[in-house]
Design a protein around this ligand. Structure first.
Ligand code: ZN
Length: 109
């Protein structure tokens, strides 16, 4: 298991059990590492969550980002059409933030 898997599992284990089951069968995670320009996803029938790890400053932000992206999926916000960095203020973002916080993930100590 890689260090990245450990970080991902920490988030999974904090999510409600029904959500864990759903994520396991329906979602693929792609964690880009230092020096990765991109990943080849190919064809998939799963919802894809891609995290550009080198842009994430610390572990708390990593965990929060995973939970936030999972929240988008659970809330039915659709397949990836755009990245969060260019759509930070819309309603979907506020809802995903709220659900991530409900699961116990926050950006503040
Ligand atoms: Zn978002």
């Amino acid at each position: 298991m890689t260090r990245e898997d450990d970080k991902l599992n920490y988030v999974f284990n904090k999510l409600p059990e029904d959500i864990q089951d759903k994520i396991e069968s329906d979602v693929d995670f792609y964690l880009l590492g230092e020096g990765d320009l991109g990943g080849c996803i190919g064809y998939t029938d799963k919802y894809c969550i891609i995290i550009n790890c080198p842009l994430i400053p610390n572990l708390r932000t990593f965990r929060y980002t995973i939970a936030h992206e999972v929240a988008h999926y659970i809330l039915g916000h659709g397949h990836i059409k755009r990245t969060d960095s260019i759509s930070k203020n819309n309603q979907d973002e506020k809802e995903a933030d709220a659900l991530a916080e409900k699961w116990g993930f926050t950006l503040e100590e």
